[in-house]
Structure formats: structure tokens, C-alpha cells
Design a protein around this ligand. Sequence first.
Ligand code: HXC
Length: 510
Amino acid sequence: MKDMLERLEERRAQARLGGGTKRIEAQHARGKLTARERIELLLDKGSFEEFDMFVEHRSTDFGMDKAKIPGDGVVTGWGTINGRTVFVFAKDFTVFGGSLSEAHAQKITKIQDMALKMRAPIVGLFDAGGARIQEGVAALGGYGEVFKRNVIASGVIPQISVIMGPCAGGDVYSPAMTDFIFMVRDRSYMFVTGPDVVKTVTNETVTSEELGGAKVHTTKSSVADGAYDNDVEALLQVRRLIDFLPTNNMDGVPEIPSFDDPARVDDSLDTLIPDNPNKPYDMKELILKVVDEADFFEIQEAYAKNIITGFGRVEGRTVGFVANQPMVLAGVLDADASRKAARFVRFCDAFNIPIVTFEDVPGFLPGTAQEYGGLIKHGAKLLFAYSEATVPLVTVITRKAFGGAYDVMASKHIGGDVNYAWPTAQIAVMGAKGAVEIIFRQDIGDAEKIAARTKEYEDRFMSPFVAAERGYIDEVIMPHSTRRRIARALAMLRHKETERPWKKHDNIPL
Ligand code: HXC
């Protein structure tokens, strides 16, 4: 018996070594942790239960029958994050570059199936070169099985991917179908094909960083939702994100004890809006002053900065925030901002997270670049996402709500449940100057007349009261009481029920 126990320990120790000491050292020398070290940091101390540590590939081609490593390049199992169950798989770059074989795929799909059955979140830690080249179609089939499960689980359990090394092929497509992707700066790359293939096919010379580094994917492509300086920081931030997320689409938002008074007033908000309506101010200040303990987890912080998206809490319960940012492009809605916010709204709606919208938007961005880039379709995504949402929607117009953007940003007409405006709100088809130049074109040469017409227009429309007179705005509120008003609205809306006609699924303009 003692022998057997010792043999088990030996086999475990061998499996834990993955690709061996030399490759582990190489991994560390590149500033990366191993798969098991990463899991230790992600999960609560001592909570990891590993599955399938002795699984080996069954390939015999290209001498692979002599190259078997227990675990086969991926560490899988489950554990807890602050006490809540999470399933996890971590690619082990020290074993065949973390590449995916048929057996490796079966380990992942087992975890995906369990996560879905238990209705618990799943986190994938990626550091891998895609399909195992020696296995050919068996590996491609394995990816297909993983992809299909990503899609079936989408909208049922949160799926999070962390890119922690060079990732190619299936190891970027599977993350692309999950809810959030985070990267590690200067060490992680995502591309469908790497620089060598790019050079062969297009004769383009490009570095891994230029082709698919964290900067590219968080600022240009919007493939990734955030980037962190190293493995430790990335994993700690994933723990923080998990704390905001519901376990599944039925459980409702988590509630954590909060010592921040929901009725807390903030007098500084009364002077947040500058006297000059064309001067910017930082909308993030409003978000931080409204959420519990100024704790805000921003999604896609570096992309389309003219709109802010992220999670905060009110009375200890998770809320999704969408807010125009007047500091960037005056908070205008363009194609990128619309797409970014639409995806965030849909995530919140799928997981029953109420949405608070802070609005200061001068309209959609005009111009050929936007129109050729499909602004109509991308803008429609946001309009569609808000209109289909059945979660509680609370909107606060702080300043401009012009044109179509007024309708889009969770207006009463498309489903806003509680719509507030600050006294500084200006709800109109467009700004006074543009409006007067169109409807009083005959007076354009007469500066005095134009000034009088502009003032007339401003007095009539540059306020929240025309909308409030029609009931499109439920109340004009004091800026200092915004947190209290939002907290009360969200409490009232907690058990909101909305009936929609049966359909297989909608057809959002993709
Ligand atoms: C088998 C692989 C591998 C792979 C890497 N390795 N990728 N083995 N199959 N796909 C092995 C290497 O042979 C090497 O083994 C070890 O992993 C480390 O790789 P290096 O190349 O030395 O590391 P690095 O220089 O950091 O480059 C990492 C890399 C590169 C960028 C990931 O290895 C690479 O480009 N790999 C191929 C990527 C690829 O084209 N994959 C197929 C995608 S198709 P040794 O023994 O020397 O340590 C796909 C289809 C899915 O995934 C379908 C999508 C829809």
C-alpha cells in the first residue's frame, strides 16, 4: 500500500513538472508564470481541485508516440474565487507550446460541460500556439468541440479569457467567443497567423507586438477588454471582475456588504457641469461619486474613450454603467463607441445586471469616414441593444441629449424605466447654432437677428423642461442627490418583469 501511495506521489510530481525544469525556467525567464502558478494566484488559496492530470495524447505520427507528457499541455479543474465556484483551464506552454491535441481538447470540453452543468463561470488562461500541428484534423475537430461549447454557454455562464503568452489559431478564436478578454502587456500576443506566416503570404514585415500585442488589441482592434502589466496583476483583476459578475443568467447579481450610505449626497456634483456648454468635464468623476466606495471596474478603458463602460455597485449590488465622456470627442457617438457600448449592454442584459446610463452626447459623428465605416449599422447596434434589454434601465441626462443620440441612450421611448435629468440638461434635436442656421436661414446675414433667434431657441429648448412637460423625463433632479435617486430607483425596479413575444432569437445588425 505504501508503495502505491509513493507511486501516486511520483506520478503527480512528474505531471506537475509539465515540459520539465528547463522549459519552466525558460517560461520564468520570459517573465511568465507556469500554468499551475497562475491557477494558484487566480483561485482562493488551496481551493484548486485538479482533473485529468494523467491524460496523454494518442498521436503516433512524427515520433509523437515517444513524446508523451502527462496532462498534455493543459491544467484543468475547479476552485473558488472569494468562496464562489469557478471552473478553470490553463494552457501549459512548456508542453508542446500549449498546443491543442484531441486529448487536450477533451480535457477542456469536460471542464466546459461541467461549468455549464453547474452554472458556474469559467476562466481560460491562454499561452498557446493553437492546433497541435502533428495531429492535424484531430486537433481541428477538438477546437470545433470547444468553440461549439463556448457558444452554447454564451449568455448562460460568464466566460473569461486571459491571454498570457503568444496565442495563435484556435487559441484566439475560442477567447473571441467569450465575454471578456484580458491581456498581459509586452508578453502576450493574439493573432490568427503569426508574423512568419504574414511575411510569407503578404510579404509584410511585422513584429508580434505590432501584429497582435496588448496595445493593438485594447486600442485599435477592440478584441481585448483590458491589459495589465504582468501575470499577477492580470489574475488579481480577474478575481475582482468575478466578484462583480453573477454566477449565471438565473442567479441575479451578487450582493456584498457595503458601508457606503446609499443616501450619501455629494455637493461637488452641483458644480460638475461648466458654465460654458462647450467645455468638457470628466464623466468618470460622476461615476466614481455615485458607485459604492468609488469602486469601478472599467471595460475597454483604452478603446473608444468617448464612451465609458464598466461595473460598479450601488447598495452592494452590481450595476453596469454606460456613460458618454465629454472629455473625448465631446462625448459624440461614433461607430466604435456604439459597438463597444452595445456589447456591454447586451452582456448586462443577458446576466440580469441593471444598467445606469449617464448621458451627455452632442449626437452621432458626421462625415464620410463614419458613414463609409458603417455608422448606421454600428449605431443601430446600440439602439437595438438598449431596446431589447429587459433589465432595469435608469438614465440621467447631465447635459446634452441631441438628436438620434437622445433616443438611443436608454430614452423613455425605447425602454428607460426611470429617466432623470439634471437642471443643466439640454434636450433638443440639435445645438442652438445649428438649429437657427437651418430654420432661420434667411436671417443668416443679420447678426443681430441671428443672436435673438439663437437666444429664443436656447430659452425654449436648451433645458430639460420641454421633455419633462411631456413626461419623457420623470423628474429634474439635483446633481448632489444623484446617488440617492439612483439607489432608490434601482431598489424599486428590483423585481421588474417584462413580457416579450416569443422568437427564436433576434437579428441584431451585425
Ligand atoms: C505543435 C507547437 C505548436 C503547435 C508551438 N509548438 N506551437 N507544437 N503545434 N501549434 C511548440 C514548438 O515546436 C516548441 O517546441 C514550443 O512549442 C515553443 O514554441 P516556440 O516556437 O519555440 O515559441 P515562440 O517562439 O514563443 O513562438 C510561439 C508561437 C509559435 C508564436 C505560438 O510557436 C507559433 O507560431 N506556433 C504555430 C502557430 C500556429 O500556426 N498554430 C496552428 C494554428 S491553426 P520545442 O520542443 O522546440 O520547445 C489552428 C486552427 C484552429 O489553431 C481553427 C481556428 C478557427
